[in-house]
Design a protein around this ligand. Structure first.
Ligand code: ATP
Ligand code: MG
Length: 415
């Protein structure tokens, strides 16, 4: 089922208001199995509304329009729809009674202009508005369903949930796809594509969407089928193939966060963690402790921003700081080893780097970050060149550090 969304309002185009109706409707109807083919935003101008509507009914099976149903003169949607679809407006007594009752329940008399809200295109059915006065409307035109909903987000949402969704379900709209999420980190979007695109292209009834973020590239694998079970099998098989191709870059098969994965791995290994953070200033500790039950494996750590704290609380040697510098693999190692022994943890994790915007040099540019993990089998260090502004570097650094720990816990060999 092809669905088109039209949002109407000058305020949506001149930057006064952000259109939140489109994503809401899109999410609800896509979850139902609809294919959202287009979303258009037009001003409160009859010609613009007419043009959008004509195009939509020509190309989609379902059109959902919001806005411009109110009683004020800048709201032209209904007249325009009536004209485009050739359905003269007629007074709907039931709607009129409801609008009048709405005012009377508040002890007010209905203003004359609200009579307009009871004018309904011929053959259209009103949709009750539980949160306001303007009713929604639904009509069928040459097999195309047209919903007109109020612009006010709460009113529109309640109508979508209580009316539009059940209505479309009643018409047999149901999902024929299943999605699987694959989360990767430490690999760029183009490198992911290089590895998987040739295979992904050959997978029938499968689509792969790349969703890059600061923590890595997520892949959304959609499988289609005659039944949901068939779609699930297709999606699972495709996700398995893709996961194999990406190997250790995949940290989750599903919506779990890196810190949840780490928590699981530490628990399975009976291991405990302590962290020493420089440029991330506690971000890793915050992430770890976001997971309920993290006290089982996380003892704490040290935010070691200055050299002095690195030396005094973590035992980093002055000679190391002098010869290799605070941002170096050597310092990261000593931080990880120091925090591991001071906190009596099985694993010590450390981060040191240059988050920027200042502090970079040609040899040590902004974004240079070292992570280290110390454990009984030794200390592993990793060097990263991270992109982005200060916050992005910090976020990426925390992810890189947790990923190094993940690889150590899983016994993934160094590249
Ligand atoms: P009313 O009966 O309240 O007049 P209406 O259908 O005429 O409803 P509009 O006048 O177009 O709706 O908009 C009402 C309010 O909802 C305005 O504050 C408008 O900015 C807001 N609104 C309209 N469309 C959207 C949208 N797509 N996203 C977010 N807000 C919207
Ligand atoms: Mg408006």
């Amino acid at each position: 089922v092809r669905i088109e969304i039209i949002t109407i309002g000058n305020e949506l185009l001149d930057g006064t208001r952000v259109d939140t109706n489109t994503p809401f409707i899109g999410a609800k109807l896509a979850a139902l199995g609809g294919e959202i083919v287009r979303a258009t935003t037009v001003p409160d101008a009859p010609e613009a509304i007419a043009a959008a509507l004509e195009r939509a009914v020509a190309e989609a099976d379902v059109v959902v329009a919001t806005g411009g149903l109110g009683p004020t003169t800048d709201d032209r949607t209904k007249q325009t729809v009536a004209r485009v679809l050739g359905r003269p407006l007629t007074l709907d007594e039931e709607v009129l009674a409801r609008v009048r009752a709405h005012f009377e329940s508040r002890g007010a008399e209905m203003p004359e202009i609200n009579i307009g809200q009871a004018m309904v295109p011929e053959g259209a059915r009103p949709i009750e508005n539980r949160r306001g006065t303007a009713p929604g409307l639904v009509m069928e035109d040459d097999g195309v369903l047209v919903f007109l909903l109020p612009g006010v987000p709460q009113e529109m949402r309640s109508m979508v949930e209580t009316y539009v969704v059940p209505f479309l379900e009643g018409r047999g709209l149901k999902r024929s796809w299943e999605e699987r999420l694959i989360r990767t980190t430490g690999i760029s979007e183009s490198a992911v594509a290089e590895r998987i695109a040739p295979t992904a292209k050959r997978l029938a009834r499968v689509e792969v969407a790349y969703l890059p973020g600061l923590g890595g590239v997520d892949l959304r694998v959609t499988g289609r089928g005659e039944t949901l079970a068939a779609a699930a099998r297709t999606a699972d098989r495709a996700a398995d193939r893709i996961t194999d191709l990406l190997g250790p870059f995949v940290y989750a098969r599903g919506p779990e966060s890196m810190e949840e994965v780490i928590g699981y791995l530490l628990t399975m290994a009976g291991a405990t963690l302590a962290v020493a953070e420089s440029c991330t200033g506690g971000l890793v500790g915050a992430r770890i402790t976001r997971v309920p039950g993290s006290s089982d494996y996380f003892g704490g750590g040290v935010v070691a921003y200055s050299n002095d704290v690195k030396k005094r609380l973590l035992g980093v040697r002055s000679t190391t700081l002098r010869s290799a510098g605070a941002v170096s693999g050597e310092t990261a190692s000593e931080m990880a080893e120091g925090v591991r022994s001071k906190c009596h943890a099985t694993h010590g994790l450390a981060i040191t780097g240059i988050a920027g915007p200042g502090g970079g040099t040609p040899e040590k540019p902004v974004g240079l970050v070292y992570t280290a993990v110390a454990s009984k089998s030794g200390t592993r260090v990793s060097e990263h060149r991270l992109r982005g502004d200060r916050e992005a570097v910090r976020e990426r650094a925390s992810q890189a550090a947790l990923d190094l720990l993940r690889r150590v816990l899983l016994g993934v060999a160094e590249e």
